[in-house]
Design a protein around this ligand. Structure first.
Ligand SMILES: [Mn+2]
Length: 267
């Protein structure tokens, strides 16, 4: 038996058993899924959306998958070297659990969570993308971004974004006591939430994303996935796939890529 195992030529072996090869290949490709989600705006562990988000992460345990977080998962995050905000300990523990199980995590920064810091990179082993990236997933070239930079004419916002993310500003923020910055952030987030509510109602993902996606398709991408708009929308066009992820406040939606095919699902 041992002789057989040592001398067996794997190529010939699988040529001899095409059905077994087919079964193994379809088993592995069918089970590997890539999940995309954004805009949970997590704040307090007792909030309904926070609990549901944790439940979703728990259901990914022990699944062969990778997870892409496309920004604004946290209502506010800036990374410190040695401490994290206590309200986020439950979700960070769950992310660590997934990381320890070998699940690949990727975080694209949003407008509420940025300068993710050492904890995300070193402890959670998470790949952090500051703006956007073209990722090769299941043979597709997928453009991922939070979506806050889609409006190229909004110069003020672009400048503001660059300002809060520049290394000097990040260094200065880290000099502020975390309790104080948490209080300031909650106040600022509350203000922006009030202003945003009216604007958001008028946002139409189709109008906003179609032009943006055609630019990305022209660059060679064949799928465009963003968050930020808080409305779920999925369209398959001749050039490729366009997905607006929705949110984890009202919709609890996420995109899945399996065998290069995308779907938008809810939890
Ligand atoms: Mn956002």
């Amino acid at each position: 038996m041992l002789d057989f195992l040592v001398n067996v030529n794997p190529v010939r072996f699988f040529q001899k058993f095409p059905l077994l090869t087919f079964a193994l290949r379809s088993f592995y490709s069918a089970t590997m899924k890539h999940y995309f989600l954004s805009d949970a705006h997590l704040l307090h562990p007792n909030d309904a959306n926070y609990r549901k988000f944790i439940e979703f992460l728990k259901h990914l345990e022990n699944k062969p998958c990778s997870v892409y977080f496309l920004g604004d998962i946290f209502h506010f995050w800036v990374g410190y070297r040695h401490c994290v905000f206590s309200a986020y300990v439950p979700v960070l523990q769950q992310l660590l659990q997934l990381h320890n199980q070998g699940i690949e995590l990727c975080f694209v920064e949003g407008n509420h969570d940025f300068n993710m810091g050492e904890y995300f990179r070193d402890v959670l082993g998470c790949r952090v993308i500051e703006k956007s990236a073209g990722l090769k997933i299941d043979g597709r070239k997928v453009f991922v971004a939070h979506g806050d930079l889609i409006d190229e004419k909004d110069r003020f916002y672009h400048r503001w974004r660059d300002f809060v993310r520049n290394p000097l500003c990040a260094w200065l923020m880290r000099r502020i006591h975390p309790d104080r910055i948490w209080r300031i952030a909650l106040w600022a987030a509350h203000q922006s939430r009030r202003r945003r509510k009216g604007r958001e109602a008028s946002w139409d993902p189709e109008t906003i994303l179609t032009r943006h996606a055609s630019l990305r398709f022209a660059e060679g991408h064949d799928a465009v996935i963003t968050g930020h708009i808080h409305k779920p929308w999925h369209k398959e066009t001749e050039q490729g796939t366009i997905i607006s992820l929705g949110d984890w406040i009202n919709h609890f939606t996420y995109a899945v890529c399996e065998d290069g095919n995308f779907s938008l699902e809810s939890f």
